[in-house]
Design a protein around this ligand. Structure first.
Ligand code: NAP
Length: 341
């Protein structure tokens, strides 16, 4: 069996978890080298995965024993590491967001166009979640008639990783919703508006929380998205698609058993984001590895990364101008016209 030798950059919350998933659950992947600006964190992950510690991320990308690179460092580092890996001709998996800016994503697209083939996968793992996949099938089957509206909520108990600001809630977290909704609908966004409810006292001072985003698609579908980073009670992801003939809803609690006890019907709620989508993370990494070994890039592309970051920027523009911002995302290059997952 062929094996993909992976170098990992960034071993905080998700980087370490991805390195361990590759090691434990994905037989045809080996984590061989690990880098993080935090040497202690990198060495701990390297030891857990039987890999070597590499002090220089650029050396890791170019190392002869590294076939492909997984990037899970801070958002603002992604563009540089992704471009370096593509220029080295290697497959790269980059956690979302691809870049903090639409321009940064466009730069990645240019670099990949020059490389002449898709090498990048962006870590929009919800595409691999069985619930969203069922929703997509129902919508595509036409049983709902034409889709009219989507209502979705993204609630975190509290922010994790980098300190969250008003912009980052949208550009770092809500991008998941931007990606999965267009994946469900097979449609593209044309306008954005933001509504700011009263902010919770639990948010840091530079974070307005919650925020509401309204999007409209080319087909005229209305999408309302709530992002609430300090809801306190748990990690809660909801999505309902409303059509002319019916609705379809994301199964709420994958892998959680409901109880009837003490005169009540009850169930736990996820409190950690990584548990809610654990299966999807494993499926996306497996697909990335299998595809790379076949010489292909799986999952969300640089174009998908660009769309989500561009929409995040338009949301900020809409918030600052307190208006509906209309936009045109431009033409999708031929390389990105097929969506397999
Ligand atoms: P985190 O816990 O802060 O981890 C990021 C790690 O990257 C930290 O160890 C940080 O070092 C390190 N780092 C920062 N700059 C670096 C550089 N130049 N070179 C090498 N390492 C560097 O954050 P996280 O929650 O794991 O998030 C990491 C990325 O994954 C972010 O882009 C985030 O948006 C994304 N993410 C995706 C999902 C998802 O569901 N797909 C979920 C969570 C996060 P320090 O220890 O010094 O800070």
């Amino acid at each position: 069996m062929k094996t993909l030798r992976v170098g990992v950059i960034g071993t905080g919350g998700i980087g370490r978890a991805h390195a361990e998933r590759l090691t434990k659950y994905i037989a045809n992947a080996d984590v061989v080298a690990v880098n993080d600006i935090n040497e202690t964190a990198a060495k701990a992950t390297a030891e857990a995965c039987g890999a070597r510690y590499e002090a220089d991320p650029i050396a890791l990308i170019h190392a002869e024993d590294v076939d492909a690179v997984l990037i899970a460092s801070w958002d603002r580092t992604h563009e540089q590491f992704v471009c370096e890996t593509i220029e080295a001709g290697k497959f790269v998996f980059c956690e979302k967001p691809l870049s903090n800016t639409a321009d940064g994503c466009r730069h990645v697209i240019e670099v990949e166009q020059k490389a002449g083939k898709r090498l990048l996968t962006v870590g929009f793992m919800r595409r691999y979640d069985k619930g969203y996949q069922q929703m997509r099938e129902v919508i595509a089957s036409g049983r709902l008639g034409e889709v009219l509206m989507v209502h979705a909520q993204h609630r975190n108990a509290a922010p994790t990783g980098e300190k969250h600001t008003t912009v980052m809630s949208v550009s770092g977290a809500l991008v998941h919703e931007f990606d999965i909704t267009r994946f469900l609908l097979d449609d593209e966004y044309v306008s954005a508006q933001m509504i700011l409810p009263r902010s919770t006292r639990n948010a840091d001072e530079d974070l307005i929380d919650p925020q509401m985003v309204m999007l409209r698609t080319k087909k005229g579908i209305h999408i309302d998205l709530e992002i609430y980073m300090n809801c306190r009670y748990g990690y809660d992801i909801q999505c309902e698609v409303v059509g002319e003939e019916g609705t379809v809803r994301l199964p709420e609690l994958a892998n959680i058993a409901p109880m009837r006890v003490d005169g009540t019907r009850q169930h736990k709620i996820y409190t950690e984001w990584y548990k809610r989508f654990e299966d999807a993370y494993v499926y996306e990494l497996r697909d990335w590895v299998d595809s790379a070994l076949e010489g292909k890039a799986a999952g969300a592309s640089a174009w998908d990364g660009y769309v989500t970051s561009a929409v995040a920027e338009k949301c900020t523009e809409a918030r600052l101008s307190d208006s509906v911002v209309k936009f045109d995302l431009g033409e999708r290059p031929a390389m990105y016209r097929t969506t397999e997952v």
